[in-house]
Design a protein around this ligand. Structure first.
Ligand code: NAD
Length: 461
């Protein structure tokens, strides 16, 4: 695969001579497909300086011009959508049709939404005798994960640029080629030099240097809870704004009035897609005791169907982690009814679609984020019991409720979570996305996502 031996800083690819390269591995073939340089604290400093230097002019650029650049970015991403899908498939391993339909298409929709928002958002408002200005926060340090490599980048960079901020991006080690392709798209879309900068590298070196850098005004991070907590402490000590998206353990609540087969089938597909590497996946299915056995049978059938379509996990470490959780589920007394730790293929970091029945709310597999194709089916006695189980984790990122609509909405209102799909409601790239409780701080997407990158200044008259 095409890979740049450099960092995109101040509008050009700067050679990274003598840097230790990071191998990029195709997780389906277990083969090295490229190398990118690992940035140091010095490289991060160069990138932050470029972003700071570009900030005054970009912040002063008329919103209509910022919108025009974002529209150009949307068009470049659209023109290169096949290449995006192929790159994501090569380094993440997701099946090509999923890469096309989700990994390429969703970021295009998000870029389009910010092209429009930048043009229409009111960056000034009247409040009595005051004029309130909505100004860019400044230089953004964006640190992204590998699970939706382009979406996670666009969901941070597009609103930041729409707001008038400048950005330094440190993408995940496993998926840097998609990030390089994004930097090429920024270049083609003719953003001014220094407005967007890319430093590939290792989290605890380049990522940490970015989070700690005094020239960064806001750190936006998506990834593991452990690293997120560390970043919050670092940013807090420097009185920097921080946005965190840290995963979840979402509940798929099937009320007795639901279309059971549809709820189970969509629920299984939701957990298995992207090989379960989705922070908002509904990994706990809650079924009324009267329908429990039927739901488990339906889930087994749905998981078996998914078996041929599933991609590998991103790397051997993640595969081993997921297998560890499966072993733990068995050890704690859950009933393994589909899948398991056996590898379904000779090569690649694959885990079969796995379903556990007789899972109780306190089990590890019902509490911790597994980040693999593993579904837990839990039983509830009545609505209050379902609610207690649904809200009974430290997370609160997403969820689903199936049933008669008014009843489902009433249940959703009582859930401690940032997004709920009612009867299979589809993804909305403009609806705010983000967590209650330990799922994070802040919101991404739409106008709420834009607001994260703005601060107010009140002028009194
Ligand atoms: P991670 O948190 O280690 O990595 C996410 C990003 O943070 C990467 O760019 C990484 O390089 C960077 N990073 C790592 N250490 C850093 C540090 N000390 N300072 C600054 N940046 C740092 O996540 P991971 O190891 O890729 O995945 C581990 C687990 O995290 C997964 O199993 C899953 O549970 C969770 N996860 C959640 C999401 C999500 O969307 N919320 C995405 C990916 C992973």
């Amino acid at each position: 695969m095409k890979a740049h031996d450099g960092f995109y800083i101040d509008g050009a690819w700067r050679p990274a001579v003598g840097r230790d390269p990071i191998d990029v591995i195709d997780p389906a073939a277990e083969q090295v497909i490229g190398q990118v340089p690992a940035g140091t604290a010095e490289d991060v400093d160069t990138a932050v300086r470029a972003a700071r230097a570009a900030l005054p002019a970009w912040a002063a650029t008329a919103p209509a011009e910022r919108a025009a650049r974002l529209a150009a970015l949307r068009d470049v991403l659209t023109a290169r959508k096949d290449e995006i899908a192929e790159t994501v498939t090569a380094e993440l391993g997701s099946p090509l049709n999923f890469s096309q339909a989700v990994h390429a298409a969703v970021p295009i929709a998000v870029a389009a939404s910010y092209a429009e928002l930048a043009a229409t958002h009111s960056f000034e408002e009247k409040v009595g005798n005051s004029t309130v200005l909505h100004e860019p926060i400044g230089v953004v340090g964006a640190i992204t994960p590998w699970n939706y490599p382009l979406h996670q980048i666009v969901a941070k960079v597009a609103p930041a640029l729409a707001a008038g901020c400048t950005v330094v991006l440190k993408p995940a080690e496993d998926t840097p080629l998609t990030a390089q392709l994004f930097a090429e798209a920024i270049h083609e879309a003719q953003f001014p030099a220094g407005v967007f900068n890319l430093v590939t590298g290792i989290g605890r070196i380049a990522g940490q240097a970015l989070a700690e850098h005094p020239g960064v005004d806001l750190v936006s991070f998506t990834g593991s809870t452990a690293v997120g907590k560390q970043i919050a402490v670092t940013a807090g000590a420097a009185v920097k704004k921080v946005a965190l998206e840290l995963g979840g353990k979402s509940a798929n609540v099937i009320l007795p009035s639901a279309d059971l087969a549809k709820a189970v089938n969509v629920g299984v597909a939701n957990v298995m897609s992207n090989s379960g590497q989705t922070c908002s996946a509904w990994t706990r299915m809650l079924v009324h005791t009267s329908q429990y056995d039927e739901a488990v049978e339906l889930a087994i059938t749905a998981a078996a169907k998914y078996g041929e379509r599933i991609g590998p996990l991103v790397n051997a470490r993640q595969r081993d982690r997921v297998r560890g959780y499966i072993d733990k589920g068995v050890a704690e007394g859950a009933r393994l009814v589909a899948g398991g730790t056996e590898s379904p293929r000779e090569r690649g970091y694959f885990v079969s679609p796995t379903v556990f029945a007789d899972v109780t709310p306190e089990m590890t597999i019902a509490q911790e984020e597994i980040f693999g194709p593993v579904l837990s089916v839990l039983r509830y006695e009545d609505t209050e019991d379902a609610l207690r189980i649904a809200n009974g984790t430290v997370y609160g990122l997403a969820g689903a409720v199936w049933g008669e609509e008014a009843e489902a909405v009433a249940f959703a209102r009582r859930m401690e979570t940032g997004q709920v799909d009612i009867n299979g409601g589809r993804f909305n790239p403009r609806a705010p996305f983000g967590g209650y409780k330990q799922s994070g701080v802040g919101r991404e997407l739409g106008a709420h996502g834009l607001a994260e990158y703005l601060q107010t200044k009140s002028l009194q008259f």
